[in-house]
Design a protein around this ligand. Structure first.
Ligand code: SF4
Length: 370
């Protein structure tokens, strides 16, 4: 039996779901309304939609998607800056696949590519370094998008470029760290959340204890969990248990097969070596203090901002897209009047419809009602 098979056992799943439904009734009686939980991570959003859990449980509890899709939270101004790099003569922009189609204020990298910009998709930053080495006549600007999970690979690409003595490799980092965004959610008086499902991958890097403040300062029960359906149902069961209990809320590690108390110390050391914490803007949130990672001054020669400083016009926010509110858990994709009408995967208006981890794309694929 494969280790994951027991997380996919339908009998176990049904039994646990019945327990969740029973506990959700008790939680609703206690709160006077159905409990509202947020899955912070985009991969969880997709897993929940794919398993049909949101629709299945919607009479009993509400599941809201959060700010854990890195492409989705990249703000308009940052996408406009990526476009500006692509318009510079002699510059090739390298990025992960999803970023290419994300609309900025006026255009996207995909449209810029159609107009002649050199935009290339790489599976890893190391491939972008290799490309830079093989094409010394071009400047490679790699777009560093993502959370604590992808930033170490970008940091190592800088180390690799330095070791190779490359003068034509730099990174435009819009990397973000997750805990400050959770603090922003927890301190928002408009938020009516009763618990959080915390990301599995990010937690593998930063560790369980990095989240203790969520329970201590904001009183939110929280569970780190994996991506199998039973992982998620088990997390819901744990959140509901915490909600109906009179004990203080806790941050529970339900993903012990991957996540440690202290996280991945080597990855954390890599991040500390290359990055310093910065105040950065998140779509829907605005600037969140201490929520970004920028290259340390000693790596300035690899910082695309410092090397090129392209001119970027003030962002223009497209009308109608509700991605910002969606990323704060205030609504679901179905509450956006553009969903599945003006905004579809083939004609996305916002990043939440573009990204493979975006809530709108997940709803469109798995939860669309015709
Ligand atoms: Fe934005 Fe489209 Fe989602 Fe509406 S459906 S919030 S326009 S991405």
């Amino acid at each position: 039996m494969h280790i994951l098979d027991r997380f996919r056992d339908p009998e176990l799943g049904r039994a646990l779901l019945e327990k969740v439904i029973a506990l959700a009734d008790r939680a609703r009686d206690k709160l006077g309304r159905p409990p509202v939980f947020m899955e912070v991570c985009g991969t969880h959003t997709v897993a929940i939609s794919k398993a049909g859990l949101r629709s299945l449980l919607e009479e009993k509890l509400k599941l809201r998607s959060g700010p854990g899709c890195p492409v989705c939270v990249t703000d308009y101004g940052d996408i406009d800056a990526m476009v500006a790099f692509g318009r510079l003569p002699g510059v090739t922009v390298g990025t992960f696949g999803d970023m290419v189609r994300v609309p900025g204020s006026r255009t996207s990298l995909e449209r810029e590519k159609a107009r002649g910009a050199d935009v290339r998709v790489f599976y890893s930053p190391a491939d972008a370094v290799k490309w830079a080495k093989e094409n010394p006549e071009r400047q490679m600007v790699f777009l560093g998008v993502g959370f604590e999970t992808t930033a170490p690979a970008v940091a190592l690409s800088v180390a690799q470029a330095k070791a190779l003595g490359l003068k034509n490799y730099s990174v435009f980092t819009v990397h973000k760290v997750v805990p400050p965004a959770l603090a922003a959610l927890g301190s928002d008086p408009e938020m009516k959340l009763d618990g959080l499902i915390l990301p599995g991958h990010v937690s593998a890097i930063i560790g369980r204890r990095a989240y203790d403040f969520i329970a201590e300062e904001y009183g939110l029960p929280s569970v780190i969990t994996g991506f199998e359906t039973l992982d998620i149902v088990d997390a819901l069961y744990n959140l509901l248990q915490q909600l109906i209990s009179d004990d203080p809320p806790r941050v529970v590690n339900g993903y012990t097969r991957v996540v440690r108390e202290e996280g991945n110390v080597r990855a954390q050391e890599t991040l500390d070596r290359f990055f310093q914490i910065a105040d950065v803007s998140w779509r829907g949130f605005g600037t969140i203090p201490g929520s970004g990672m920028e290259l340390k001054p000693e790596y300035r020669e690899f910082d695309a901002r410092a090397r090129f400083a392209p001119e970027v016009a003030a962002p223009r926010i497209p009308q109608g897209c509700r991605c910002g509110d969606l990323l704060k858990g205030k609504l679901t994709p179905r509450d956006c009047r553009l969903f599945a009408t003006a905004c579809t995967p083939s004609h996305p208006v916002g990043p939440c419809m573009v990204s493979s981890e975006g809530a709108c794309a997940a709803f469109y694929q798995y939860e669309r009602r015709t």
